[in-house]
Design a protein around this ligand. Structure first.
Ligand code: PMT
Length: 222
């Protein structure tokens, strides 16, 4: 039995990259390791929550007492996120979802031709966290913003555009924090406040983030 700030609450967390297939052997993806999302899952369980971790392909074992749903593509991640969304109190989108996917997946391995230039056509993926934030009933919805410049400005515009309750701004231009590193440093932004959390291990940072998220969740009338 766990008693904490999230006892009795259900938290959905997306983590890791998505893979967007081109053909049976190739895909488009990114450098997300899943460490941030998995650390948040552990911290949420420790705070007493029931956690569903919707994860792209990563090399991290499933944390204890966490239900992991493994997915590959953004479309699969969306489907797993929407399943039982009515049970979800807090949704945290830590995954690095591919914004675009190839328009079609070739049935067979694409052969090398004589052309020097090959064109690949891409189509926009659904925005998972925006879809969740525009659902009814809407869980308390938290996004990340991975940016390489004008970090806070872009994060604020994503908070509004995606209808989020909170956004965690992440400067991914630095190699010591953000994608694939063991540490992170972020700024938490809501409509009315901005708070920077100093560099720490992703696990320590996850504890602080879960503490802030549960406090804001509780202060939001619903
Ligand atoms: O996995 P790690 O190696 O530990 O690295 C952690 C991290 C840097 C990946 C993580 O902290 C982070 O910043 N995740 C968000 C990465 C990202 O894709 O950011 P974005 O600014 O492109 O997207 C904004 C938000 O919309 C994110 O919450 C993202 O999950 C969500 N999104 C984006 C596109 C899409 N189609 N669907 C989404 O839900």
């Amino acid at each position: 039995f766990q008693s904490g700030s999230l006892t009795g609450k259900t938290v959905f967390i997306t983590a890791g990259p998505t893979r967007e297939a081109m053909d049976p052997v190739r895909y488009i993806s990114n450098h997300s390791s899943g460490k941030m999302g998995y650390a948040l899952a552990e911290a949420a369980v420790e705070a007493g929550a029931k956690v569903k971790l919707i994860s792209g392909p990563v090399n991290i074992p499933v944390p204890e007492r966490v239900e992991r749903v493994s997915v590959e593509s953004a479309e699969e991640m969306l489907e797993a996120s929407m399943l039982d969304l009515g049970l979800c109190d807090i949704f945290i989108a830590a995954a690095a979802v591919a914004d675009y996917r190839p328009t079609a997946i070739a049935e067979h391995k694409i052969k090398k031709g004589s052309e020097e230039i090959m064109e690949l056509h891409l189509v926009k993926n659904p925005d998972i966290v925006a879809t969740v934030a525009n659902s009814s009933p809407k869980p308390f919805t938290v996004g990340f913003a991975a940016e390489t410049k004008d970090v806070l400005e872009y994060a604020r515009s994503k908070l509004e555009r995606k209808n989020l309750d909170l956004i965690i701004a992440n400067d991914v231009s630095r190699s010591d924090i953000g994608f694939n590193s063991d540490e992170n440093a972020v700024t938490l932004i809501s409509a009315s406040s901005t708070e920077s959390l100093p560099q720490a291990s992703k696990r320590q940072l996850a504890n602080r983030l879960i503490e802030r998220i549960s406090a804001q969740y509780k202060s939001t009338a619903r």
